[in-house]
Design a protein around this ligand. Structure first.
Ligand code: HEC
Ligand code: HEC
Length: 286
């Protein structure tokens, strides 16, 4: 009898053991998704509508409608909340991953710029799944947005289909910083010169792309390479970290809030350090 009792107890513990890690895993995935979404990844910088001062409207998170105009497109950012009719509530997890990394919707159509697909192709399986877990629990909001208009042909694909991307080890600070600045944060999208609509990767981080500034007019992205003697080359690591997370340069001036400072302020110290370590290794370029 005693033996039976023990084996039942052992069985019960084993069962609990099997269940606990599964939910702990789901919690960890959502925690990672929340950290990424509210920090370096900041899909909301485009997908969340903003109020008059450029601040994201919290209870409209990811519900779309923001318009981004460029000479070659009039892009209307879609609703990516779980609303089944106007958002992505009917998409499977795999379909969301396909949209983010391959730029393809479930109906086979191609997602156009400025959604930074070329960079998101490098997002690891673990991280893209963490973002999906986050997207699933966002409040569904009904908001039908118009279609974008492209005056250029969209590519048939952004490259060979991405099916699996391994994680980048955090122990390699520069490699992880590169991952943060490309696959997750697309910093290098805005900060790498565009030549005929494509980033000139030989001049990674050299800046000079023009954006419509929030208050009107145009503003060029800064040169983030060590060639920028008046900019980041002269700043301490802590000064650079603070500029990325708060938008305030070491001399006290403010960087235009095109960058997602409302989100970047949640970037961990380790990740900010990895970004800085990576930026210091960029090839000096004008
Ligand atoms: C720089 C702005 C920008 C960022 C950052 C961005 N997107 Fe987008 N996204 C867009 C635009 C613009 C479109 C629509 C393009 C079009 O109409 O073809 C889009 C389309 C989509 C779609 C297709 C939705 C549909 O119904 O057609 C999904 C899904 C999506 N984005 C998810 C994301 C996720 C997840 C992130 C963060 C990892 C993200 N986006 C980051 C601008 C952005
Ligand atoms: C949507 C485009 C965009 C994205 C994404 C973006 N930046 Fe920027 N960044 C800019 C623009 C534009 C400026 C110049 C703003 C100004 O002059 O006020 C700038 C300025 C900066 C500066 C100030 C440099 C100087 O010399 O004054 C730093 C540092 C910087 N960005 C780092 C980053 C990092 C790191 C990331 C990713 C976490 C990032 N940026 C993502 C557009 C972007």
């Amino acid at each position: 009898m005693r033996r039976t009792f023990y084996s039942l107890a052992v069985l019960a513990c084993m069962a609990a053991g099997v269940i606990a890690p599964a939910s702990a895993q789901a919690d960890a995935l959502l925690e990672r998704g929340s950290y990424l979404m509210n920090g370096i990844v900041a899909c909301g910088n485009c997908h969340t509508p903003k109020g008059p001062e450029g601040k994201p409207i919290a209870d409209r998170e990811l519900s779309g409608g923001f318009v981004i105009d460029a000479p070659v497109f009039h892009a209307v950012v879609p609703n990516i909340t779980p609303d089944p009719d106007t958002g992505i509530g009917r998409w499977t997890d795999a379909q969301i991953v396909e949209a983010v990394r391959n730029g393809k919707r479930p109906d086979g159509s191609i997602i156009g710029p400025p959604m930074p697909i070329a960079f998101y192709r490098g997002m690891s399986d673990a991280d893209v799944n963490a973002l999906v877990a986050y997207l699933r629990q966002v409040k569904p909001i009904s908001n039908k947005v118009e279609k974008s208009v492209y005056r250029i042909p969209l590519p048939a694909a952004y490259g060979p289909p991405v099916v699996a991307v391994p994680e980048v080890p955090k122990t390699d600070k520069v490699a992880y910083g590169h991952y943060l600045a490309t696959g997750l944060g697309h910093c290098m999208d805005c900060h790498t010169p565009l030549v005929q609509g494509r980033n000139d990767m030989a001049r990674l981080g050299a800046g000079g792309n023009e954006f419509g500034a929030p208050g009107g007019g145009l503003i060029a992205s800064s040169n983030l390479t060590p060639a920028n003697a008046n900019g980041i080359a002269a700043w301490s690591d802590d000064g650079l970290k603070a500029a990325i997370r708060t938008g305030i340069r070491p001399n006290g001036s403010h960087i235009v809030p095109l960058m997602a400072f409302g989100w970047y302020r949640n970037i961990s110290d380790d990740d900010a350090g990895a970004l800085v370590a990576f930026l210091r290794t960029l090839k000096p370029a004008q």
